[in-house]
Design a protein around this ligand. Structure first.
Ligand SMILES: Cc1cc2nc3c(=O)[nH]c(=O)nc-3n(C[C@H](O)[C@H](O)[C@H](O)COP(=O)(O)O)c2cc1C
Length: 159
């Protein structure tokens, strides 16, 4: 049976702080690895954008937990689709923020400086995740990105 991808965006809860990311990433890496799910979590200045891939059963199990998590709200589906190949087969939870959502990447993909997740359809969102996955080798390790996110004014969350 073919594997699937699932993508959504959501808004961090009003009480969300960057330090909340560490336990989220730790739990995600542990659970996703166990269930052989891989994916990419992006944090823009206003939203989470998340792409998950794996068996239908494993992705559904994980998504039902995510959907109930009070650390974010307004979880909005881009959709689910069958895939031939994984985007990030080696990474249970790649994390991208800060410079990865750089103006340059946005300009190239969308002709605008910031990503507004609600303006993307499923196809555009998948294209964005694919571009982020491809650019990852040039990016710093996730932990460095997390530190960068913690320090970077540009990615301070605004509500
Ligand atoms: C934006 C966001 C993304 C998350 N992504 C994942 C994920 O990919 N995998 C995962 O297991 N948990 C993820 N979580 C955390 C889950 O909602 C939940 O807290 C966690 O799976 C519980 O793990 P546990 O049952 O091992 O305690 C995410 C939470 C948020 C807010």
């Amino acid at each position: 049976m073919k594997e699937i991808r699932l993508a959504y965006y959501s808004k961090p809860a009003d009480t969300f702080r960057f330090t909340d990311l560490e336990p989220i990433l730790a739990a995600s890496r542990r659970n996703n690895e166990r269930l052989q799910v891989t994916g990419l979590l992006g944090l823009t200045s206003t939203h989470f954008m998340h792409y998950l891939e794996g068996s239908r059963e494993a992705v559904s199990t994980i998504f039902s937990k995510i959907n109930q998590d009070r650390r974010h709200r307004d979880v909005t589906f881009y959709g689910v689709g069958e895939i031939e190949d994984r985007l990030v087969p080696e990474d249970p939870m790649a994390f991208v923020s800060g410079k990865a959502f750089s103006e340059e990447l946005c300009m190239r993909l969308y002709g605008r400086k910031t990503i507004i997740p609600s303006l993307l359809n499923q196809r555009a969102a998948v294209a964005l995740f694919a571009a982020l996955a491809q650019n990852r080798p040039q990016m710093q390790a996730s932990e460095d990105l997390l530190q960068e996110a913690l320090q970077d004014d540009y990615f301070e969350i605004s509500f």
